[in-house]
Design a protein around this ligand. Structure first.
Ligand code: ZN
Length: 490
């Protein structure tokens, strides 16, 4: 008996030594995916007027609306960029789409090379009245204070529009011409679907049979305290984007009546149960795709303990999944999310309604589809009294993964490293929708990255209160675009 026990003990010990051994080997061979031999590029001095021009752009409240926009403001923005970037307007070919979206073509020396497209949008979300008094500056004042520019749109997304234009104007005034043709596009309704801006611009390129080597839009950025275990800032390049759909769940019951004699089940109760079931059965978490690649790139640069965790997903995945699913931000990167957002039912407190309905919003991870989400919901709800309806008009499928071994990814990686030399660079998933989702058919690869470095707390300014950007950060963004245009011509 004792012999047997000793044997089991020895076997267990051997197994543990073996597992630890494999874990260590995997950790030490978890090799870096960062580029080597890339030197930081010294920043070019940016014209002092650049920040003034940016401030003027912020002072125009180009607020998006699904119904009607203030067209005079959008026209003023057009005039502003025409006046402020004279060389761009003289030397680049401009096409206007639906009156307020603009395409610029900067012809390259070698027409055989596929062009690139740098995108941005200049419409902004409104300032919520309830939060207006929490702004410490006028949201559309374009105020310069504490070495920062303040106001709606300083990050999302006039930063890109103005930054791209500054870099082009700067290169033009040095007499530069790219080898590869560079297109710029600026949409005017990204915040309300992008139908007349981004989507129509993509259609224009499709009709003209213009195919891009790569497209770059907003989406991800450089984040200082992005991940536990990673000391360096993390520069994320969005290589995929989540899809979007909202389902309406309607409970329909035969009996309404007076609330003094309620039946065992009511429409409100049946609907509540369905929502409860959905929340209790979230979509599965998967460490794969763009987020899987994020951990491959970032994991290799982490402190030893975390590096060991990410190098050994074969044994640590369960633990990581349970930890990550507790954090809403991490969870959003790893699964299709379920968010009940609206409820409707009943007209009076003492009348039982025969129907009650709810809207539930889903952000769909690549690999699933609008249809597969609806199927999943029906099977979880599993109640024939609940009708599940899709809103096809505002649904979008997740954007597929762009390559990480392409020319575009390599050029982006290099340019980011030259301008943000401290950052670790990784692919990533974008959880919000951007105009770039319309460009899959006209580009080999679509990437989403904004050249700005923020901490996680700064991110709250986007669509929130006190949105601002450091002047230095803006200058760096201009330098980034300059560098990207130069590198893309090599
Ligand atoms: Zn945006």
């Amino acid at each position: 008996m004792r012999k047997l026990r000793r044997l089991i003990f020895r076997l267990l010990l051997l197994a543990i030594i073996l597992i630890v051994g494999i874990m260590l080997i995997k950790t030490f061979s978890f090799s870096s995916k960062q580029l080597t031999g890339v030197e930081a590029v010294s920043q070019k001095k940016v014209s002092e007027n650049a920040i003034q021009r940016f401030s003027q752009a912020i002072q125009l409240p180009t607020v998006s609306s699904p119904t009607e926009i203030d067209t005079s403001i959008f026209s003023q923005f057009d005039t502003l960029i025409q006046n402020n970037f004279p060389k761009t307007h003289q030397e680049l070919e401009r096409t206007v789409i639906n009156q307020f979206s603009f395409i610029y073509k900067w012809a390259g020396k070698n027409p055989k090379l596929e062009p690139i497209l740098l995108m941005g949008h200049y419409d902004v979300v409104p300032v919520e009245e309830a939060s207006a008094d929490q702004w410490t500056v006028k949201p559309f004042g374009g105020e310069l204070k504490d070495e920062k520019l303040w106001g709606r749109g300083t990050i999302d997304d006039k930063l890109n529009v103005m930054g791209i234009l500054e870099s082009v104007e700067m290169l033009l005034s040095q007499g530069y011409q790219p080898t590869r043709t560079v297109y710029l596009s600026f949409g005017h309704d990204e915040e309300v679907s992008g139908k007349y801006g981004g989507q129509s611009i993509a259609k224009y390129f499709e009709e003209k049979k213009i195919q891009f080597e790569y497209v770059l839009d907003e989406g991800q950025m450089v984040v200082n305290d992005a991940l536990n275990g990673l000391e360096q800032p993390l520069a994320m390049i969005g290589i995929a984007e989540k899809g979007y759909t909202t389902l309406t769940l309607t409970a329909k019951l035969q009996n309404g009546g007076h609330s003094s004699m309620p039946p065992a089940e009511t429409a409100v109760g049946v609907l509540s149960k369905a929502i409860y079931r959905l929340q209790e059965n979230p979509f599965p978490i998967k460490i794969e795709g763009a987020t899987g690649q994020l951990f491959e790139y970032a994991g290799a640069e982490m402190s030893f303990f975390y590096k060991m965790l990410f190098a050994n997903l074969w044994i640590t995945e369960g633990l990581l999944v349970s930890q990550l699913s507790k954090d809403p931000a991490a969870s959003a990167l790893l699964r299709t999310t379920t968010a009940p957002t609206m409820l409707r039912g009943g007209i009076k407190d003492n009348v039982l309604p025969t129907t009650a309905s709810a809207k539930v919003n889903f952000r769909i991870i690549p690999g699933e589809t609008v249809a597969s989400v609806a199927d999943h919901v029906r099977s979880i709800v599993d109640d024939e009294r609940i009708i599940v309806q899709a809103n096809t008009e505002f649904s979008s499928e997740p954007a597929p993964l762009s390559s990480t071994s392409s020319f575009g990814f390599r050029i982006l990686q290099r340019s980011i490293q030259e301008i943000f030399p401290d950052a670790v660079i990784s692919p990533s998933l974008v959880i919000a929708a951007t105009d770039s989702r319309y460009f899959q058919n006209v580009a080999k690869d679509v990437y989403r990255f904004q050249p700005i470095q923020l901490s996680r707390s700064d991110l709250k300014g986007i669509h929130g209160i006190n949105e601002n950007i450091g002047i230095e950060h803006y200058h760096r963004a201009i330098n980034f675009y300059r560098q990207l245009i130069l590198n893309s011509s090599k």
